[in-house]
Design a protein around this ligand. Structure first.
Ligand code: ADE
Length: 348
């Protein structure tokens, strides 16, 4: 099998056999215990979770008691953990288990996924740890270990990269998928730490780790946050004249699309009245306004959400360059963003 991750399975399981932490939710494989712990662990470190977990299980020892707990009491038990929707979803899921499943904990990945607050990671963890289902449970720790071992420079924050890692891990999952999933998470939490904190000297995978071999532990995994692009609304004008010409203009020499020719456009979505006013400001006399279409263009830092209008005008003036459609296509290459409006449909 051409899957480099195959090489980690056996040393990882062996390491886990001797380094597995004794944690209160590992005393048995009760899905209620594992589920509550996995939800608590989602945004909180293991050391911080332990005492919350113990108090929670003591107060609410099973699904039934959780399904009946008053909201105030529930939130009090959760106080300090933050992200309170996690607690509310736990109770909602417990109610569903009591009502719709006869109090029996769902025992497959697919059934677990239907519970509120349970995503692929949690469903994978519970299904594999408690029921031995061969499914992955990929969190940030797992992505880090996999990226370092394989030396992947792909951005682990991209859903597609997570999907690929899941698929690769699924291929090599051993029979005890639960132990493997916990082992790789544990390695990420205790040894294969983020940034420069990795304890490679203690790592059972050091001998097969590409990042270690190439000195890239500090660089991997690559985590590039998607830039939040500004959304800008624009109105685009396809001004057309009686003699079959179209108005184009040159953009400023600096900035976005510097120096390119464009169809005139302004910020905001203009009403027909505003379109008339804008045209008049440019010395144009509007005969007819026809809505063409909406379009979106994605720049690096900016999205243009555009509405385009064909505006038939009389008295084209000197403010714009008035060109024939052929000239426009051949001489004044328009930016892709504006091509949506330049198929020159009506009356040209
Ligand atoms: N972090 C979150 N869940 C975990 C688990 N089941 N084992 C090890 N680390 C974890």
């Amino acid at each position: 099998m051409d899957n480099y991750l195959q090489i980690i399975v056996s040393p990882l399981l062996k390491w886990y056999g001797t380094h597995r932490r004794e944690l209160p939710w590992r005393l048995d494989k009760d899905p209620y215990h594992v589920w509550v712990s996995e939800i608590m662990l989602q945004q909180t470190r293991v050391e911080a979770v332990i005492r919350y977990y113990e108090r929670f299980i003591e107060a609410l020892p099973d699904v039934k008691s959780l399904s009946r707990v008053p909201e105030d009491r529930l939130l009090k038990l959760w106080e300090g953990l933050g992200y309170y929707s996690r607690a509310r979803n736990l109770k909602k899921a417990a109610e569903i288990i009591m009502c719709d499943c006869g109090g029996v904990f769902p025992d497959t990945f697919a059934a677990l996924m239907k519970l509120p607050g349970v995503g692929e990671y949690t469903a994978g963890a519970v299904a594999s740890i408690c029921f031995g289902e061969k499914v992955t449970a990929v969190d940030g720790n797992v992505l880090r270990v996999a990226a370092r071992v394989t030396g992947s420079r792909e951005n682990v924050l991209l859903p597609a990269v997570k999907k690929k890692t899941e698929a690769q891990l699924l291929e090599v999952l051993p029979d005890d998928a639960g132990a493997f999933n916990e082992a790789i998470m544990e390695l990420g939490e205790t040894v294969c730490l983020p940034g420069g904190a990795a304890k490679c000297g203690e790592c059972p995978l050091r001998g097969v780790c590409s990042a270690y071999r190439e000195g890239l532990t500090g660089e991997l995994p690559v985590r590039v946050k998607r830039i939040k692009r500004r959304q800008e609304q624009r109105t685009v004008f396809l001004f057309t004249s009686d003699n079959g010409r179209v108005a184009v203009e040159k953009r400023p020499d600096k900035g976005l699309l510097a120096g390119m020719y464009q169809l005139p456009n302004v910020e905001g979505f203009l009403t027909e009245q505003e379109i008339c006013a804008a045209a008049e400001d440019w010395g144009l006399q509007v005969r007819e306004i026809l809505f063409l279409r909406e379009a979106k263009h994605v720049f690096t830092h900016l999205d243009w959400l555009m509405k385009g209008y064909q505006v038939k005008v009389a008295r084209p003036d000197g403010h714009f360059l008035w060109v024939t459609p052929d000239e426009c296509q051949e001489k004044y290459a328009l930016p892709t963003a504006l091509k949506h409006f330049a198929s020159f449909p009506t009356g040209l």
